[in-house]
Unconditional design. Structure first.
Lengths: 341, 341, 341, 341
């Protein structure tokens, strides 16, 4: 941490900062320029994180040079984390395609979707049983009945299943049916849930919050790893900006940046990011080229009758065409579909 | 809902939309221009909210004209909601000043703060026992011990207390100590928590999410009211924008807009919005003038030793001066401090 | 400037930065921690601003501690700048109310508006002769004919006039009719125009760009002052965010922050910021309380027939009521209407 | 245009809107629901664009269904616009790579860069003679001397040259040296410059403003086409968001969306968008996959001594490696480098 003092800060103001640092158990290193004095702070990460000197007399700015995360960092672990569930892998070159409907609506819908996406080459099956909806008047999901349908469909076609934990009280229940536990964008900083998932033995798929920075996403993942669970998949799903043509703005620069910063697998969700069916295919292609380790794509047998996110859902035929198109692109990145046998 | 068809949409595409509407139990009213056909949709709110025709063949755009909330609307209830707890009121002219430290740290700190803010004219006491922190390495709060200290301090000076529920599993516990349950910005769309609080008999202080629209904030409040709990206080606490000089951007236009749109009390939190002590006073003044029904202000006996948000905390002396300054301003708005006698 | 090296950066990488600094004529001061080395850079502002070491081998981050502006800073000039034109003043306690229509449309419209706003207490008259419109199919303004109508209306009622320079080639022409030259939000970083206005003897009203930071606004003003023209008025007019209920988000924290950072007068434009008539009055009140030195308010005799910005324009009656309401609020800030007697 | 009336709007309020429409020469079509009345408006684009009924008594919302542009639309011209200058093409499958330094600094620098990028396969040469800089203390470019060096370097290696027009007064001068005239992000809504370039016979490379929507970018291009100049290249160069890890956020969804909406060529500028050398290659790959018709990439023989944008500039060796990598990717999109033989 650096404490940048105001121009010509007084000797007392400088000494005051130094005293507070010593009181907290950190070391101060002074660089005095003619106009500015800068105080370098050295000490334990935990100590440094409790110090906050912005606003002290004579202090102009505090610059944090230590990152707020450690375990997720590529400095901490150089080689890619590879996660394998139910015969499917992600990371280290294995590319995951997680496909399925926004919400689980019926056995017919889930079975039809599962068979279709499996046939097209998907490596995991998704579906929501608990749906976070802005309005309390919108469809809220089927709950446990949905979880059972999802599990049955995954088993029928031999794909591991991914679904969202919306309520920390349901985490154990969901873990009884799902192979990977998803944390939605609105819960990315639900730290109690992250703590809970950190103690469980299921991989976590952590979606970036609508206005979360890259550093905040990594810090959220750090909560899970700190709890002991090393298997986290990060998902860029669009951020909220001023642009309204697309539902959100897919930040593919974040995908590439995350691949430098962390050893965890990083995927993209072009369906939620764009909110428009016509952009799902080009954004899938761009995600692969940006270095993503996987994709999450909404597929529905009848998008126009979907109870959620119909406008961005692909038909099975669209999805099949997209998978054919993606094949050579994944190979061009020296990756391969992370499917079983 | 209006379905705007593309220029020269085909008769089949139009009929297809009409058929889907009828299948769902809604009525279609067609307006045919030379270039564009627009389909007006009439039906129950619940039905309309399950329909999503963006992306259908021939559809250019869907415009929702019904708001996603009802109970919170001023159309539904014209007169202001007034909430009274422990002798303090907010709404309908009663102005609340909720003051106290970011985090509860010790008995001395809480007692000193409680006496100071009471003496200066605060109408409620705040303090965090569970702290949402971006980094798992930062101070996370004292938990139940903190709740006890807060309750004791409030009782000692005769002020009702407000504190955050960070985990839905703690809601009952927190309600055992607090008069008002706060939902933090990061949990504004934690719908399971909103559902839970909707069944409880404690007023809820709901903070706007960092990237939540005004409409989403009202929809989140609708969850609580729909559950039966009519006492919700809305809090503007700054939104996330590109500007980095202030921690967030206080959106006072939202305060004024909310006063038109809803009967619920609306307060502002200039401490979190600006993240800078030097802006707390001017932003407090501006919030009063914008029509807020109250303020939430961080006060700490020794901001430079605070374990959280020190840079934006006022000293008791600063707070006392601010309260003196705000008095005539509150009166100018035909409001009064909502304190018991 | 501080150059923060990566953890355990090599001696060569550090030496390389030091060599480049010496080559450029700047001094390097090294602080070596166990993990991190930080290089403090000392030298002329002009030299420092040509250096950019982000991306060099071993460099993690560059932190600029010198601000990119000087003449506009309160460190450079402590006392408020006061600007007086045609008997009206702004700054140092003098509060300006600049009122008039978005666009000049006819002699009748301008004369009616001028008389009405003068009678209500406005201190300056505004009106646009050249209109920046997103679409080439929208009304683009009356040009020189409009300037003549504005000048005549101002003279008739004894108010100085403010109008926008849209094209640098028209600057001299506009200066022939106007007392204050406005630079619109879209031209805030039109540096050639700023350079030109810096050589002229007319005060400049500089609007903040839709996505300009506070620092960029001050740097834009620095261009004008550097050219020799010391009379610049800064105007917060709303920034672009994700919120769509209001046209833009009025950033009153920026108004307060600017009052700390610069000696130049700072005004707010609640009409453009909100885009809604019902928010103009509360946002005007809030701007006064936030410390603004003036307001810019759109007034039109018949808003529903306005060729531009009708929805946010006040009627003369609305404006008169607002001025009556603002009087005691301006006094409460120890300010006074900066009108001639 | 649709005028959505408030719930239970009065008959007078509805009639008032209808009267204003008739007065303006537009037609009103009423749809009366039980709760809401909606008024469809039919008339000339020019007429409709002067009407603005937001804020009228009883009006809840105005929805514009006509786009504010026409000539740039794919509805107006189905086939891709192809632009050819100096033997290089862009559009209709021809892919452009526009490479060179941020600023022109010397003859040696330009010649070295020109030879290097030509050898690597670039199809056009770029370089800035007039630099828009946030601070007046930063390097502002070499001016006409720079233009001459750029022209000479382009001629020496047989590449057309692209450079920015910063001041409308210099447009003719710049056109004397350059093949394509660039409009920078800060000038995207400098409508007077767009008007001027609309009358000239040089293609225009129009960069998206930092906070411009897709629709505003297309409307800006419409200004140029309306003036008679049909050759406009659109450039996505990153938008301003809350994320600070990258300088801006590259919006590749906009690239794909623009390809649906317009017949004009669309390119991406990964250098400015990311501001980081390590992201230029992955973002270039992603841009190709998203459907871009070209790339604009900063190359400097000695990035660490560049007077502008060094941190994001590639070395000639980096650029050469990137071009080799992009070759098969461009072919995969059924495109080819648009270079002369």
């Amino acid at each position: 941490m650096l404490v940048v003092m105001r121009d010509h800060a007084s000797a007392e103001d400088i000494q005051h900062v130094v005293d507070l640092l010593q009181e907290a158990g950190a070391e101060a290193h002074l660089s005095r320029g003619e106009v500015k004095t800068i105080i370098g702070v050295i000490g334990d990460r935990e100590v440094i994180y409790t110090l906050d000197f912005e606003g002290l007399p004579g202090v102009e700015r505090v610059v944090r040079v230590l990152k707020p995360f450690k375990l997720v960092s590529r400095d901490f672990q150089r080689e890619d984390t590879v996660i394998t569930v139910g015969g499917s892998s992600i990371g280290g070159g294995a590319f995951a395609v997680i496909a399925g409907p926004c919400s689980i609506e019926s056995e017919e819908q889930m079975m039809a979707t599962a068979h279709a996406v499996k046939a097209a080459g998907a490596t995991m099956l998704r579906g929501g049983a608990y749906k976070p909806r802005s309005s309390p008047y919108a469809f809220q999901g089927m709950g446990v009945e949905g979880l059972k349908l999802l599990r049955a469909a995954g088993d029928a076609v031999g794909l591991p299943v991914v679904t969202e934990v919306l309520d920390v009280r349901d985490a154990e229940t969901v873990a009884g049916y799902a192979d990977i536990l998803q944390v939605g964008a609105r819960n990315m900083q639900n730290f109690m849930m992250l703590d809970e998932l950190g103690t469980m033995d299921r991989p976590v798929l952590l979606k970036r919050g609508l206005s979360a920075t890259i550093e905040e996403l990594l810090s959220a993942a750090e909560y899970v790893l700190k709890g002991g669970n090393r298997d986290v998949i990060l998902c860029e799903r669009g951020i909220r900006t001023f642009e309204t043509y697309t539902r959100n703005t897919l930040d593919l620069g974040a995908v590439s940046a995350l691949k430098w910063l962390t050893h965890l697998p990083v995927i993209a969700d072009p369906s939620h990011a764009s909110g428009r069916r016509d952009l799902v295919a080009p954004m899938s292609r761009a995600s692969v080229a940006a270095g993503a380790d996987g994709l999450m794509i909404e597929v529905h047998p009848e998008p126009e009758r979907a109870r959620c996110d119909g406008p961005q859902s692909l038909t099975p035929a669209d999805f099949s065409a997209l998978m054919a198109d993606l094949g050579p692109r994944i190979a061009l990145e020296d990756k391969w579909l992370g499917a079983g046998e």
